[in-house]
Design a protein around this ligand. Sequence first.
Ligand code: DGY
Length: 329
Amino acid sequence: MKKNILVARRVFDSVLERLRVHFEVEPNQDDLIWSKAELIARLQGKDGAFITASERIDAELLDACPQLRAVCNMAVGYNNIDLDACTARGVLASNTPDVLTETTADFGFALMMAAARRMAEGEHFLRRGEWDKWAVDLLAGSDIHGTTLGLLGMGRIGRAIAKRGALGFGMQVIYHNRSRLAPELEQESGARYVSKEALLQQSDHLLLVLPYSPAVHHVIGAAEIALMKPTATLTNIARGGVVDEVALAEALSKHQIAAAGLDVFEGEPAVNPVLLTLPNIVLTPHIASATVKTRLAMADLAADNLIAVLTGGVPPTPLNGQVLQPGLA
Ligand code: DGY
């Protein structure tokens, strides 16, 4: 008899077809956003769940869904999953690393450039019909090439961005991370390790690419922004919670830094209304990994994990693989 799974959000038809070969699938092709209670209700009698970063998997949900054996996230970030709670209950969790690295790095770089070169501001100005003449200082921004790129966080995506900066744009690349990279990885990325304080003080363009956890909540707040150059830009493609948005809005409105680019927000999809009023910020709706090819690869990888776990195979990208080895969980 086939096992039962829930696919919590709309997904590509080809991925649903693959899942249907192995499972009885409850899909959500209308892409409804369920409350926690609704999600729990849908998960009754399900052995696995295909989820995205929008679904929160915590101890309460797991206790209410005792049949659940696998939660496979279509995202590399997994701050939506309480991993310890999964491990304690023998539930395999997985994410989708690697397949989105270059796409996400492209976007982070583009968002940084858009903020520095005032692209969104210029577009809005033009669309409003305010462009009536060329002017020497019209929307003059700051250079990318030859400047200092700072990376807070230096995982796969950070390293891919570092390479773009160092090799493509002749940038000095500095980074700060929980742990320093091995010398060969530093060399390959063209990046130099500095303290967090030096990173904030020296970066012309600061990019946030660290994984979210409560330990890094508001790791960039008023005190950190105060250390940055008044000409600097700040770009966040990590998770909204790493930036204190109220402090950022205040700093941007007082021109304490030049500009910002945000793809992620603390209460997304809600956006702090003050941010919406500021001209010197580029705002995008959590789309850093959103190319058709990459989203398909992410969905396929999440499906691969689900299929493997529930059919006795080896999941390609588990987060707590020890639950599959009795005695180690
Ligand atoms: C990720 O993969 O973590 C992206 O931010 C999408 O949620």
